[in-house]
Design a protein around this ligand. Structure first.
Ligand code: ATP
Ligand code: MG
Length: 198
C-alpha cells in the first residue's frame, strides 16, 4: 500500500523483553506508524563472547511476545538470509518488499551509537529514518547526529536487558514481568539459558 509508515525493530531478541515492546509501542504511536515489524537477527557463525540461541527459538519468542498487538508483526528476512546480520541488508530487503513505504528504523541508544559509526551510514539514512530511543545507562548526545536523518525519542525507562534476563534464568531467578508471560513459558519449555552462558 502506498505511503504506509512502517517501523522496523531489529534485535537479537534473546529473549525479547518488555523494554523492546515498550520502545516499539511508543514509537508506533509518536510516529503514527501503521505497523512495526520486529526482525530477529540471523544466526552468527560465531560470536566471540557467547553463544546466541537458535534463530528459530528467538523467532518464536518474538512471535509469542508480539501476537496480541494488531500493529506488530515479525519478519524472517534476517533469519532466512542466515549468518551475521547487517542493518543495511535488513533495510535493503524490507525496502524491496515494501517499495512505497516510509521506513523508520527503531534502535536503542547503545545500538544507534554503533550504527552512526558505520561506513554505509549514508545509504542507511537514504533507506530509512532512524529513531533512537532512550535506554537506561546509555547517553544519547544529539550533537553528532546527522541533521534530519535521526530523531531521538524518550520512552518510559525500562532497565531491562536480554543479558540480565539470561543471567537471571541461569541463576534460577524469575523473569516474570520482565518478559511477556508466553516468553517465560517458552523459555521454560525449551529449557533456554539454564547452562549459564551469560
Ligand atoms: P543483549 O543484552 O543480549 O544485548 P538487549 O537487551 O540489548 O540484549 P537486543 O536484542 O540487543 O536486546 O536489542 C535490540 C534493540 O532494542 C536495540 O536497538 C537495543 O538498543 C534496543 N533495546 C533493548 N533493550 C532496550 C530497553 N530496555 N529500552 C530501550 N531500547 C532497548
Ligand atoms: Mg543489546
Amino acid at each position: 500500500m502506498a505511503g504506509r509508515r512502517i517501523g522496523i525493530m531489529g534485535g537479537t531478541f534473546d529473549p525479547i523483553h518488555h523494554g523492546h515492546l515498550v520502545a516499539a509501542s511508543e514509537v508506533q504511536v509518536r510516529f503514527d506508524l501503521d505497523e512495526v515489524i520486529f526482525v530477529p537477527t540471523g544466526q552468527p557463525w560465531q560470536k566471540s563472547h557467547r553463544q546466541v540461541s537458535a534463530a528459530e527459538d528467538r523467532y518464536l519468542m518474538t512471535v509469542v511476545a508480539t501476537a496480541s498487538n494488531p500493529r506488530f508483526s515479525v519478519s524472517r528476512v534476517d533469519i532466512d538470509r542466515g549468518c551475521t546480520t547487517y542493518t543495511i541488508d535488513t533495510l535493503r530487503d524490507l525496502h524491496a518488499s515494501h517499495p512505497d513505504a516510509h521506513l523508520f528504523f527503531i534502535t536503542g541508544a547503545d545500538a544507534l551509537e554503533q550504527i552512526l559509526s558505520w561506513r554505509q551510514a549514508e545509504e542507511l539514512f537514504a533507506l530509512a529514518h532512524f529513531v533512537g530511543v532512550t535506554r537506561p545507562g546509555y547517553q544519547l548526545a544529539d550533537e553528532h547526529l546527522p541533521s534530519g536523518s535521526v530523531s531521538l525519542v524518550d520512552v518510559p525507562a525500562m532497565a531491562i536487558s536480554s543479558t540480565d534476563c539470561r543471567a537471571r534464568v541461569a541463576a534460577g531467578q524469575p523473569v516474570w514481568y520482565l518478559v511477556p508471560d508466553g516468553v517465560v513459558q517458552y523459555i521454560s519449555k525449551r529449557d533456554l539459558y539454564r547452562d549459564g552462558t551469560p
